[in-house]
Design a protein around this ligand. Structure first.
Ligand SMILES: O=C(O)CCC(=O)C(=O)O
Length: 296
């Protein structure tokens, strides 16, 4: 219990309070059908590394870090800069169609569900090869006027290893120097409305927002049983069955309303620290470029 009392951030205290008191003390909103309103994720202004370690890493608590990406050249790049520098590079994107039955965009969960979908590849393709220039023109520029037939998301791609010029635009955050250090850097580039379903990773994550903004919701590992992790399929054990956006989420997953969460809008120029094994759900609000730094 002491864990939740550590530090002095307002969001941390709010979340701690709600975890300790339970959901009955939280306000219920009619607009989200009874899902517990989230406390804001705490925010700090470019803390000293040792303060970050003491206040956030050691207690394993998420935090949004502001003003720590001031020197990233990529922040002033545009879609045209990416096309000019890397347009002829083949990248791999996730392609998803609207899932008619479940009234949501298809995602990686559809590939592994026990129930066979016919044919699975048609609604979600995890690694579709395309030139970066084509991806940008078709799925980012045209997507806004809904001319793209499917949604495309360049998700979790380790492009920095192959594109040194891209690596020049970013800087490894000091805050990712945790555990045994950075294990993997991932690029995430997509239109408004990309969704990474609720899941958790065996890595600490510093997710840095270069352009655009994302809605992020996090749940502590203590909430796991209320989040309906897939039980049977090995590939989905770190993933929740819950569709956070579903209008009938409370009816389908009743324990969800007892799970306490914290949420934020991650704006351009901000990074969020998500400790290992914390559940997270991410939805982009604009054309968005993010880099995540995973440490073990
Ligand atoms: O930005 C996203 O869409 C997801 C990021 C994420 O889940 C991660 O970095 O582990």
């Amino acid at each position: 219990m002491m864990k939740w009392m550590w530090g002095d951030g307002a969001g941390k205290v709010n979340l701690a309070r709600s975890l300790l008191l339970g959901s009955r003390n939280m306000g219920f909103s009619s607009s989200n059908q009874g899902i517990v309103a989230g406390a804001p994720v705490s925010r700090v202004h470019a803390p000293r590394f040792q303060d970050f370690i003491r206040d956030w890493f050691q207690p394993q608590f998420p935090v949004v870090i502001e003003s720590a990406m001031e020197n990233w050249k990529a922040r002033s790049w545009t879609l045209d800069t990416l096309i000019k520098k890397f347009g002829q590079t083949t990248v791999h994107i996730e392609l998803s169609r609207w899932h008619k039955e479940e009234k949501r965009w298809a995602d990686f969960r559809d590939l592994y569900k026990d129930k066979a979908l016919a044919p699975k590849e048609e609604i979600f393709i995890p690694q579709y090869p395309i030139l970066l220039e084509d991806f940008i023109n078709i799925f980012l520029r045209d997507y806004e006027d809904q001319t793209a037939p499917v949604k495309g998301y360049l998700a979790q791609q380790q492009l920095l290893n192959d594109l040194p010029e891209l690596a020049e635009g970013i800087e490894d955050p000091e805050y990712a120097n945790i555990g045994s250090g950075i294990y993997q850097r991932n690029v995430w580039l997509g239109p408004a409305g990309t969704i990474t379903p609720l899941h958790r990773d065996p890595y600490h994550n510093v997710l840095a927002q270069v352009w655009g903004s994302k809605y992020i919701r996090v749940y502590a590992p203590t909430e796991t049983e209320k989040l309906y992790p897939f039980k049977t399929n090995l590939y989905l054990r770190n993933t929740s069955e819950v569709d956070v956006d579903a209008k009938d989420a409370v009816q389908r997953w009743p324990d969800l309303q007892k799970a306490v969460y914290s949420e934020c809008i991650l704006n351009a120029g901000e990074m969020i620290f998500i400790p290992k094994k914390w559940w997270h759900y991410v939805k982009s609000r604009d054309i968005s470029l993010s880099i995540s730094f995973w440490s073990v």
